[in-house]
Design a protein around this ligand. Structure first.
Ligand SMILES: [Zn+2]
Length: 302
């Protein structure tokens, strides 16, 4: 009677420790005070001694921004939807000058860019169009009370909300390194989800920010601004990096994810090219389910 019980307990312990390694519950939440977190709208996590994730968990988008702190400068990757003031949170974490760079320029990643003086981005038509501001009409499903679970930041109103224009102060090149003082962050162009997608890689620490190119939920490769062929090329590049990554830092939902998703993402894109892979047909698009994530693509995908 005892043996099966011991086996059961050991199995539970083994499974929970496996699951826990990438669970945000394991990371410390910083106490920055009410105002700095836009009254709890943002939840700031510490990932390692000089890297932070700023999650907005009360909106279904659950956007995550990342702050990489060097000895001279800090890099803020993505600024979220702009419901709260993310600059207050960043300024409460570091006094260093801030460089903003975006994983891509969809509204839910750039809408606090206007608060910062230094913004790096792509020299690309798509980026230029988006830097002039996002029309509210494009994102109605995210800009209504039903999108939110919990109190909105003080002073926020859906009527007054706008995704403001911002100015790019420096164009980034593929493979360029951003020097933060004692810390280098590599820029890796990964079009697919959008034409201006890029990863930010702290190779020394094994931290890879993937934006919307990968997060462990439903990936969007079906919209008119997505390109399936580009996405496969980017996914292949990412699969080759798997062994150098300790944590994926995804753009939505989770603050870290298992690096083995990098290889799985490429396999998933290869599988979607195979006519025998099952999918769910949804009007003009297909939905494919994989282990730990899903993908929406056009019908046919390419
Ligand atoms: Zn996006």
């Amino acid at each position: 009677m005892l043996k099966p019980l011991i086996f059961l307990v050991m199995t539970i312990v083994a499974f929970s420790s496996f699951a826990d390694e990438y669970d945000k519950e394991n990371f410390k939440i910083l106490d920055l005070g009410e105002k700095a977190t836009s009254y709890g709208w943002y939840v700031p996590y510490q990932i390692n001694e000089n890297t932070y994730a700023i999650l907005a968990p009360k909106h279904w988008q659950e956007t995550v921004s990342y702050l990489f702190v060097g000895t001279e400068k800090a890099l803020l990757i993505d600024t979220g939807m702009g419901f709260g003031n993310i600059k207050d949170a960043v300024d409460a974490i570091t006094n260093l000058p801030i460089i903003v760079a975006n994983s891509h320029t969809h509204y839910d990643h750039v809408s606090n860019n206007y608060l910062f003086d230094t913004v790096y981005g792509r020299d690309h038509e798509f980026t230029k169009k988006n830097s002039s501001g996002h029309p509210k009409s494009t994102w109605q499903n995210a800009l209504q009370p039903s999108a939110v679970s919990g109190p909105l930041p003080e002073g926020f109103s859906f009527e007054k909300y706008e995704s403001k224009s911002f100015k790019i102060t420096k164009y980034l090149k593929d493979s360029e390194k951003i020097d933060l003082g004692g810390r280098e962050i590599e820029v890796i162009f990964t079009p697919g989800h959008t034409p201006d997608g890029m990863l930010f890689f702290d190779r020394a620490a094994g931290l890879l920010s993937t934006g919307d190119t990968f997060y462990p939920s439903t990936l969007w490769a079906h919209r008119s601004d997505a390109d399936f062929k580009d996405y496969i090329t980017s996914a292949k590049k990412m699969a080759e990096m798997e062994n150098d990554v300790k944590y994926i830092l995804p753009g939505h939902g989770e603050i870290v994810a298992n690096p083995n998703f990098l290889g799985e993402l490429y396999k998933a894109f290869e599988a979607m090219r195979d006519p025998n892979t099952p999918f769910e047909k949804q009007e003009a698009r297909r939905r494919y389910e994989f282990d730990g994530f899903a993908a929406l693509v056009k019908d046919p995908p390419e």
